[in-house]
Ligand binder design. Structure first.
Ligand code: GDP
Ligand code: MN
Length: 378
């Protein structure tokens, strides 16, 4: 599970003093009054689960009340790469001298957690690694040992960190790794970790993810997100689906993760962009199909939907019955293409042809092309 910046920062503030916390709100007036209270300039930041908010115009400084008002109103409701901004974080702006990068995350190739640090932070770390790899410290962490402080100090110096900040940064890294272990985090990224004009080191941004299988022992972390029931991922989880929101406009529904991924590839090959990954799993009774369709249709970007079902244990005619019932009860907002194959597919296709006016086929690429064409027409 991923956390928004302010949630991650709240968790970090259990162990760190210098976290730029501020106020989270969906209300412009609250934003203005908080800004006036802490004093200008303030930074106003979109709270969405996607990086690169700064570049997208979702992070701005406000120097007075008027700016606080216009910036808050502009950012609230903004669409950042398909994520609608419903909350903003308002915090007293920090005077930045340097922006550093720090993260601890899985490196699957090394089968361990890995620390990454760079004095060239604030920007895209992949770019820094590409342009000046010597400025990016990358250190695998042996899970059976504590972090080697002397090695860490040496590597921080080598990566260009000024000697006077090494002790402070080592402390932050050690505490961060402690937090990653204690809280079952799969990612903790602070970009930027800032050196202020007053020579303080401040956590200015945070990306945090917790291992989804750790819910049983990290209940307080998981509860942080429980109020936020509106997200499509949340609704999907409750319905037993696995759903991933994507940037495109062709909605995808399938049974089985492999098939859904192949469906996404087919849509891409046909020149389309998938709007989501949705695996409805085994069994596809009317209710399941109904829930899946509502979920995908509810994404305002979706312009056509491709349902790809392989009948194994799930019978093709049952799936078809489910789809027919659903679309005949409430007509779908966008065109739907269905590809049905496997157990009792023929019977299923018959039902769909006779009882609905949906496009049906048993050929995957054909269905993908049609879904893309219908998207362009709608
Ligand atoms: P991201 O673009 O989603 O990673 O959002 P960040 O929170 O990292 O903010 C992007 C950039 O905005 C940072 O790298 C800073 O350069 C700038 N920024 C954010 N907060 C402040 C602040 O308090 N003061 C100043 N001067 N700049 C800020
Ligand atoms: Mn950032």
């Amino acid at each position: 599970m991923d956390f928004k910046e302010y949630q991650g920062k709240k968790v970090l503030s259990e162990r760190f003093e210098n976290v730029a916390l501020g106020l989270v709100t969906s209300n412009v007036h609250d934003a203005i009054s908080y800004a006036s209270e802490v004093g200008f300039p303030v930074v106003i930041k979109a709270q969405v689960l996607i990086g690169g908010r700064g570049k997208a115009g979702g992070v701005k400084l406000a120097f007075n009340k008027e700016e606080a008002e216009s910036i808050s109103s502009a950012i609230l409701g903004m669409d950042i790469k398909g994520h609608k901004v419903e909350e903003i974080l308002v915090a007293k702006a920090v005077d930045i001298k340097e922006e550093w990068y720090m993260s601890i995350t899985f490196d699957r190739a090394n089968r361990s957690m890995t620390l990454i640090f760079s004095v060239e932070g604030g920007v895209d770390i992949e770019q820094v690694a590409h342009d000046s790899p010597e400025k990016v410290l990358k250190m695998p962490i042996n899970p059976l040992k504590a972090l080697e402080i002397s090695e860490l100090e040496k590597k921080l110096l080598e990566s260009g960190l000024n000697k006077s900040y090494v002790d402070e940064v080592v402390k932050i890294i050690i505490s961060s790794y402690g937090m990653v272990v204690d809280k079952d985090l799969t990612l903790l990224e602070v970009n930027p970790l800032v050196l202020t004009e007053d020579e303080e080191v401040v956590i200015l941004d945070c990306k945090m993810s917790v291992d989804d299988t750790a819910e049983f022992r990290q209940s307080s972390l998981f509860e942080m997100n429980s109020g936020d029931d509106s997200s499509r991922e949340k609704i999907a989880k409750k319905q037993g689906f696995s759903y991933v929101h994507l940037e495109g406009d062709v909605g995808i529904i399938g049974n089985g993760a492999g098939l859904v991924m192949a469906t996404m590839d087919a849509v891409k090959n046909a020149g389309g962009e998938p709007a989501n990954f949705l695996d409805i799993g085994g069994g596809a009774k009317a209710e399941v199909v109904n829930n899946a369709l509502k979920l995908v249709e509810g994404n305002p970007k979706v312009k056509s939907i491709f349902i790809n079902v392989f009948g194994g244990i799930t019978r093709g005619d049952e799936v078809a019955r489910g789809i027919a019932d659903v679309v005949n009860e409430s007509s779908p907002r966008v065109p739907i293409v269905i590809r049905l194959t496997g157990t009792r597919a023929e019977e299923g296709l018959e039902i769909l042809k006779n009882e609905t006016d949906l496009s049906v086929t048993d050929v995957m690429d054909e269905a993908a092309e049609l879904a893309v064409r219908l998207r362009d027409e709608s």
